[in-house]
Each structure stands twice: as structure tokens, then as C-alpha cells.
Write a protein that binds this ligand. Sequence first.
Ligand SMILES: [Zn+2]
Length: 357
Amino acid sequence: MGRVYRTLLLKYPLEKLQPEAVVQMLKVQQEFHRWAEQWARSGGKTPLPREEPLRRLAVGFVQAASALGWLRERVFKRGLKPPLAFEARLGGGKDAGGVVVDLRRRVVEIGEWGALPLSEYAVIRIRKRVKEGAELVYAAAWVGESRRGAALYVALAFRRKAEPIRPRRLLVVGLNAQRDGVAYAVVEEERVLERSVLRPDVDKIRHLRKVISRLEAACARKKNPRVCQRAASTKSSLLRRRRLWEDEAAEKIVRLALQYKAAIVVDASDVSEYFDFGRLKRRVKGLAGWHGVPYREERLYSAVCPNCGGETEEAPDGRVKCQCGFSAHRDEVPIAWAQKRFKELILSFSPDAPESV
Ligand SMILES: [Zn+2]
């Protein structure tokens, strides 16, 4: 049984918070960053600060970073400043220094900085995590820039035990910009059990883009605040629409993998004009981990023939051909590769296999 984590991100525009609490929090954050910078430069050798609340924040950060991959990535790979981190729990009443989520009062209490309201969406998500047998273990908070100005972000990290599934099939997911969608197929040895393509509403996205560029041009020309505001709000609604689609696609993929007891193999080489492949991959990976579904990114080249290993040629209609006689649409080639490499890929997902092939 492995421990898996899943994070819920809450966002509070700074102008909606108590000004004194914000000032205090920024001050503590600055002091904490000073310590954290030294600590990171020393390779983790700088001693913990002696004084509170810095000491508690440093302990919280080190603990949370050892458990949460996204936090390590954020701080050590992307070089972003470390957030304030706390132990967290569900419950009621005050807790010294930690974060307490109170579902009855619909608030999250962050140490001495007070209580922030929980949205309906957040409450539903938290209840779902609890129902899945997860507990709230850490919380991280930071002030950062959002598209609409500075905001306080609060990340709630839930943990549960998940039994990894032993895959019997492969769910091959191809992120393909040429067809503007997610092509998937469930493969079992030679057979393809189910296949389809998930597509965002490209026409709607194109239409919204036209509206946005018209509004932005009018905003620049006339400097009419109402037009400018409409441009900004149409832009946000387009982004929300795209993200919603990515979230739904990720959920659908992981649900299929669970249903078929399949490991997920993602083949992505392109970038899409209409949605964010990177974000979609992170979603699928995170969700797969939460449900114990094995996940891997693997190039299943359409330019290499799965039959003989020779170089294929692609016709303008998207069909690829090889001299050996192999011929298929370019979207089919990764599936043919998964069929050919089925045993090797399935074996690589077994618990005693090396990390990568
Ligand atoms: Zn060939």
C-alpha cells in the first residue's frame, strides 16, 4: 500500500482580506524566505530558526516538501519561493499554529491569521476526499500574482493509502495537435477493446477568440473601461472553459483505466493551439496516482514503422506508409506500437520492474 496525495487549491484576492492580516503575513513570509533561501543554498544544512513562528514554518515546510512532489518541483526545480507550510487537519475550534478546516462553519483557519471562507466548490471537494478515505495532513499558503492581481493561495494536501492496481491492459493516450484532441485506445495484447477521440469544442473556442480580439482592439482604441472589462472577462471565461474541458478529459481517462484495469501510457509530442497538453498530462498523472493507476509517458513514434522499424512516410491526408507494406493513419501508429510492445510495457509496470525501460 502506498501513500498518495492530492491537493485542493483555494484562492483569495488580497483586496478581500483584512489589510492588517495581509501585512503581517507578508512580513512573516519575507522573513521565512530569507531563512529558506539560505537553507536551500546550503543544501539543507542551515539549522532551523530558533524563534517562533519561523521555526514552526520551517519544520512544516521541510515535512511537507518531503511528502509533496508538486511542492518540491515548485521550489527546487522551478526555483519559486517556498510557501508557508503547516500541519493541517479537519475539525473545529482553534489549533495553535496549524491549519484547521471547519466544514460546519465553512471556514479554513490559518494559524493566527484568522478564518477564510470556503466556497461551495471547496466544501464539495473536501467532502469527496473524506468519503474516499483521505485525511487532511498539510496546508501551504503563499501570496502570489494571479491574472487579476495579487492573491493569497492556500493549498490543502490530502493523503490516503492506495493499493496500486496490477494492470492487465494498456490505455494508450495520444495527445495530437493535428486532430485537436485526445485519441485513446484500450489495448490487450493484439486486440483493441475500445477507442475514441475526446475533442474540445474548437468552433466555440475560435469564436470566443474572435470576440476577445475585437473587444481588445476596441479597448485599446476607445479606452472605454466597460469594453476593456468585457475583454478581460471574456478572456477568463475562455480559460475557464478550456480548463474545465481538460479536467473532464483527465477524469474520463482515469475512469476508463480503472474500469479496464489498465496502465496509462501517454504519448505526447505536440503542443495544441486549443488546450494545454502540459496541464492535461499533470492532471492525468495526479489523478492516476490518487487512484493507484500506473502512469507513464512514452514516445510511441508515428514516424517509425511498428512492423519493421523502418522510416515511414506521411501523406497529406495523415496516412503513413512504409516500404514493408505497413500502412495506417498517423493516429493509429502509437496503438500499433502498444500492441507490438504490449508484453514489455505491461511488465515494466509490475511492482518489481525497474523505474523505466
Ligand atoms: Zn515497415
